[in-house]
Write a protein of this length. Structure first.
Length: 262
C-alpha cells in the first residue's frame, strides 16, 4: 500500500495567521459532541453531508481572494459531454492542480491540514488518505454563465470534499443534487436508471460551507445556474484504504482540469 504524504507548510498568503491553528480552534468549537454524531449518522444514511460553516471566518476572505485571483488569471472554459457518464454535460471554467500548487498556498494548506483530515475521517467513519494521483488533490471550478453545470456523474476515488467559496441563491440554481447507493459501470453507465431506482436529495450552500460525499456510490451533480450569478468551489479528492490498492484511471479529471499538467 502506498500512501501519499506531504505537509501543508507552504508560504502563507495575506492572513497573518496560521491556517492549521484556525482549523483546530474552529472545529473544536463547531464539530464535536452531538453535532459530530449527527453528521456521522447523516453520512451513513445519505452518503453526503453538509458541513455548514466549515471554514473559519478569519480564513474565508483570504481563501476566496486566493481562489478568485487564480481563477481570473488561469481559468479555462470547458464544455464537454462524457459518454463515460451517459452523455451528461460539463460546462464550467476550471483550474487544475499544478497551477493551484504554485499559486494557492492556502488551498494547498487546507488539503494537507491534519485537522481537516482528522475531521473528514471522523465524519465518514474511516481513515481518509490524500489522493495518490496529484491531479485530483485540489481543483477549482466556477459556474459563471447561464446554463453552466457539472452534470450527473460519479468519481473514481471514494470521497470528495467540496469547499464552497461563492454560491448563488438556490432560485438561480447552483445547488447540489445527489443520488446515494448507486454504482458506476463505466462500460454501461445508466444515469436515468439510477434516477429511477433511488431518491434524489438536494442541498443548497453558502460561502464558507462545505460538504463531503461518497462519490463512488453517490451519483451527483450541480444544478445548472441561470441568470447573472456565480458558483465557485474548490474540490478536493480523498481516498480510503482500499483505493490505495486499486488501479484507477482519471479520464474525466484530466479532460476537465488537465491532470498533473496541461
Amino acid at each position: 500500500m502506498t500512501v501519499t504524504t506531504e505537509t501543508g507548510s507552504r508560504p502563507e498568503h495575506g492572513t497573518g495567521t496560521d491556517p492549521e491553528r484556525l482549523f483546530e480552534r474552529h472545529f473544536a468549537a463547531r464539530f464535536t459532541g452531538d453535532t459530530l454524531t449527527g453528521l456521522q449518522q447523516s453520512f451513513r444514511d445519505e452518503h453526503i453531508v453538509p458541513l455548514r460553516g466549515f471554514c473559519p471566518p478569519e480564513l474565508l476572505g483570504a481563501l476566496q481572494q486566493e481562489a478568485f485571483e487564480i481563477m481570473d488569471e488561469h481559468g479555462v472554459a470547458r464544455k464537454f459531454s462524457f459518454d463515460i457518464t451517459d452523455g451528461t454535460p460539463r460546462q464550467m471554467t476550471t483550474v487544475g492542480q499544478p497551477v493551484i500548487r504554485d499559486h494557492g498556498p492556502l488551498i494547498h494548506a487546507t488539503y494537507f491540514s491534519p485537522a481537516v483530515k482528522r475531521l473528514l475521517s471522523q465524519v465518514v467513519g474511516e481513515e481518509v488518505f490524500t489522493c495518490p494521483y496529484a491531479g485530483e488533490h485540489y481543483v477549482i471550478s466556477r459556474l459563471g454563465k447561464s446554463g453552466d453545470t457539472h452534470g450527473w456523474h460519479w468519481d473514481d476515488y471514494t470521497y470528495g470534499f467540496i469547499l464552497v467559496l461563492q454560491a448563488p441563491d438556490y432560485r438561480d440554481g447552483g445547488f447540489v443534487q445527489a443520488v446515494p447507493h448507486t454504482s458506476w459501470d463505466k462500460q454501461n453507465p445508466d444515469v436515468h436508471g439510477a434516477l429511477l431506482k433511488s431518491q434524489v436529495r438536494s442541498y443548497a450552500f453558502e460561502a464558507g460551507d462545505a460538504y463531503v460525499v461518497k462519490t463512488d456510490t453517490t451519483m451527483h451533480r450541480v444544478y445548472p445556474i441561470r441568470g447573472e450569478t456565480t458558483r465557485t468551489i474548490v474540490n478536493m479528492t480523498w481516498a480510503n484504504g482500499a483505493d490505495l490498492d486499486r488501479e484507477i484511471t482519471h479520464e474525466t479529471n484530466d479532460a476537465l482540469f488537465g491532470g498533473t499538467g496541461e
